[in-house]
Design a protein around this ligand. Structure first.
Ligand code: BT5
Length: 323
C-alpha cells in the first residue's frame, strides 16, 4: 500500500495536473484503481484536487511521517525499511517487542502519532501528544552478548545529538539516555532487551523526540523542550518526515560502528560530545544515591563517579542532578 501511495505521490509530485488515464497507463492499473488510491491518500491528509478532463493535482501534504512520504526520503539500508506507522498505540516499545517475537527483521520500525502509555524508565511516563513529535521503536538483533549492549543507548542519544547540531542547535548529552537543549530535555531513549542465557534475541530501542510541541503539562514545563521551541521565538515547525529519515540514517551508521568497530567506538564518540565531565552529580544507582564528581564514561558505557578518593562505576542508573 505504501509503495502504491509513494508511486502515485511521485507522479503527482510536480504539482501539475496529471490525467487519470496517464496515471493509470504509466503504472499499468485501471483508472478506477487510481481513483481508489487517490481516495486513500486523501484519507491520510493529502489534498488532491480532481477536475474533469484535467485529472488530478496534488496541492498539499500533511506534516506527518507517513510511509508514502518517508519512502522517497529514506536513505538507510535496513532501518525503517520494514515499517508500521500507527495512529495510536499503547507504547511503540511494546508493539515493537511483540513484532520482534513474531519475527520482525533487524531495522523494523514502529512509529506512532500518539502513545496512550508511552513509557520512560522504571515505570515513568513519556508524554506523547499527537501530531507534533516523534515516537519510535526500532528492532535490532545484534550478534553481541547482553553485557556489551549499554552503548546502544548512547548510540541513540548520539544520533539525536547530531540531528540537533546539524540544525544549528547546541545539544547536550546527559548520561545515559537524555538529550537536552538549553538545559531541558528534548529526547529520551528507552532500550529494552530480550535474551536467553548469553544470547540476545532482540533489542528494542525506543526514542521519543519532541519536535514541534510548544506546550507541555505543568510538571514538565520547566524540564522539557522541543526542537521548535529551542529554535527561538517564531521558529516554524520542522518537517517530521525529513527529520526522522535523517535520524534513522545517523542511527544506522552508529549501529554499524558498534558492530564493526565495537561498543568502545560508540562510547568514544559519546565521550567527545558528553557535557558531564567534572560536574558535581547526584546519581541514582539501584537503591543507592551517590554524590560525587562525574569523571568519565568508560568503554563499556558506564559512568565513572569520583567520590571520596574512590571511583564508582555506575553501569545503569540515572543522573538526578548535575551542576
Ligand atoms: C526516558 O525515560 O527518557 C525514555 C523515554 C523513551 C520514550 C520513547 S517514546 C517511544 C518509545 N515507546 C515508549 O513507550 N517509550 C519510548 P526516563 O529517563 O525515565 O525519563 C522519563 C521522565 O522524562 C519523566 O518522568 C518526565 O520527567 C520526563 N518526560 C516525560 N515525557 C517527556 C517529554 N515528552 N519530553 C521531555 N521530558 C519528558
Amino acid at each position: 500500500m505504501a509503495t502504491h501511495d509513494a508511486a502515485l505521490l511521485a507522479a503527482l509530485g510536480g504539482g501539475a495536473w496529471v490525467s487519470g488515464a496517464d496515471l493509470a497507463r504509466a503504472r499499468g492499473i485501471s483508472r478506477a484503481a487510481v481513483s481508489k488510491q487517490v481516495a486513500a491518500l486523501r484519507r491520510q491528509g493529502f489534498t488532491i484536487e480532481a477536475a474533469p478532463r484535467r485529472g488530478y493535482r496534488l496541492v498539499g501534504a500533511p506534516d506527518r511521517p507517513l510511509p508514502a512520504l518517508l519512502q522517497p526520503l529514506l536513505q538507510t539500508r535496513r532501518f525503517g525499511r520494514e515499517l508500521r506507522a500507527l495512529e495510536r498505540v499503547g507504547s511503540t516499545n511494546d508493539e515493537a517487542a511483540a513484532w520482534a517475537r513474531a519475527g520482525a527483521p533487524e531495522g523494523a520500525l514502529v512509529l506512532a502519532e500518539t502513545q496512550e502509555h508511552g513509557r520512560g524508565r522504571v515505570g515513568r511516563r513519556w508524554h506523547s501528544p499527537p501530531g507534533e513529535n516523534l515516537y519510535l521503536s526500532l528492532v535490532l538483533r545484534p550478534p553481541r552478548p547482553p553485557h556489551e549492549l549499554p552503548p546502544l543507548t548512547l548510540a541513540a542519544g548520539l544520533a539525536v545529538f547530531d540531528v540537533c547540531a546539524a540544525r544549528g542547535l547546541r545539544p547536550e548529552l546527559k548520561w545515559p539516555n537524555d538529550v537536552l537543549l538549553g538545559g531541558k530535555k528534548v529526547a529520551g531513549v528507552l532500550t529494552e532487551m530480550s535474551s536467553e542465557a548469553e544470547r540476545v534475541l532482540h533489542v528494542v530501542i525506543g526514542l521519543g523526540l519532541n519536535v514541534n510541541g510548544t506546550k507541555f503539562p505543568a510538571e514538565l514545563r520547566e524540564r522539557a523542550t522541543s526542537l521548535r521551541l529551542a529554535s527561538g521565538p517564531g521558529a516554524p515547525p520542522l518537517g517530521r518526515a525529513a527529520l526522522l529519515c535523517d535520524l534513522l540514517l545517523r542511527l544506522e551508521a552508529r549501529y554499524h560502528e558498534f558492530l564493526d568497530r565495537g561498543p568502545a567506538a560508540v562510547v568514544a564518540a559519546f565521550r567527545e560530545r558528553w557535557a558531564g565531565r567534572g560536574r558535581a552529580v547526584r546519581v541514582q544507582a539501584g537503591d543507592a544515591v551517590l554524590r560525587g564528581v562525574a569523571q568519565d564514561v568508560d568503554d563499556g558505557g558506564a559512568l565513572l563517579v569520583a567520590r571520596g578518593g574512590a571511583i564508582e562505576r555506575v553501569l545503569s542508573g540515572e543522573v538526578l542532578r548535575w551542576d
